[in-house]
Ligand binder design. Structure first.
Ligand code: NAI
Length: 250
């Protein structure tokens, strides 16, 4: 079988980097798409050291022409993409009364507009191949989280986006699912700890006390779930939201 190509957005670090490394180990050629192409190159080098194939591509997922150029670059340089993981994300947390329009728009632009633009650019290759897998990163915050009106709305929005794409693209052999992580140790959660003035170690310890499996998550925990959704055998699983949070969610 020829190698399939996967695009992972926001893959220069954190969950995205973990997903990119896992998909490369699973045998995919992986495009590490991120705002920060130089940081993406370090992930590519790590994949290549393990014998995988990867390409770093710099692009803002919220920028229509940059996305089109990036996806074309992947198709030409690595292979036509048939797997997409919409992982790029940012937080701009604040209580509603302090949230600015910029905080709102920035979060919508990366999570919702970004997932829309990259999915729209990639679906043509999936439809042509008669096979594809899209995985969107939602969050337990979709269920509501203080200080995250923008982020929780975007992450709940991604669940509706996932289900609609699953309905539209199913007949072309394309499945679309979402993963909603709980607390994962990355720069994003480290930034939250810093904002509220708690050392990261203390922050993760407190979080772990609330989690049934008694630990916080790691990028590899999410990468494992992505690996399942994009696998050959998962073709009858579509439009689902999998909470990966170390326990049941409300
Ligand atoms: P992170 O902040 O460590 O990494 C995010 C990556 O996305 C960075 O490399 C950044 O450069 C890239 N990025 C940001 N804006 C971009 C844009 N406009 N275009 C292209 N790339 C862009 O975040 P983390 O923790 O790895 O999160 C990954 C995804 O998982 C996000 O969608 C996040 O909302 C979601 N998530 C994370 C959780 C956590 O506990 N860390 C929990 C639930 C969901």
């Amino acid at each position: 079988m020829t190698t399939r190509t996967a695009i992972v957005t926001g893959a220069a670090r954190g969950i995205g980097a973990g997903v990119a490394k896992r998909l490369a180990a699973d045998g995919f050629a992986v495009a590490v798409l991120d705002l920060d192409e130089a940081a993406g190159r370090r992930v590519v080098e790590a994949i290549e050291r393990e014998g995988g194939r990867a390409l770093a591509v710099g692009a803002d997922v919220g920028d229509e022409s940059a996305v089109q150029a990036a996806v074309a670059r992947v198709a030409n340089g690595l292979g036509e993409p048939s797997v997409l993981v919409n992982n790029a994300g940012i937080i701009r947390d604040n209580l509603l009364f302090k949230m600015t329009v910029d905080d709102w728009d920035a979060v919508m632009s990366v999570h919702l507009r970004g997932a829309f633009l990259v999915s729209r650019a990639v679906q043509q290759y999936m439809v042509k191949a008669g096979w594809g897998r899209i995985v969107n990163l939602s969050s337990t915050s979709a269920l509501g989280n203080r200080g995250q009106a923008n982020y929780s709305a975007a992450k709940a929005g991604l669940q509706g986006f996932t289900k609609t794409l699953a309905i539209e693209l199913g007949k072309f052999g394309v499945t679309v699912n979402a993963i909603a992580p709980g607390f994962i140790e990355t720069d994003m959660t480290a930034a939250t700890a810093e904002r509220i003035g708690v050392p990261f170690e203390e922050f993760t310890k407190r979080a772990a006390e609330q989690i049934p499996v008694a630990r916080t998550g790691r990028p590899e925990d999410i990468a494992h779930a992505v690996s399942f959704f994009v696998s050959e055998g998962a073709g009858f699983v579509s439009g689902q939201v999998l909470y990966v949070a170390g326990g049941p969610t409300a």
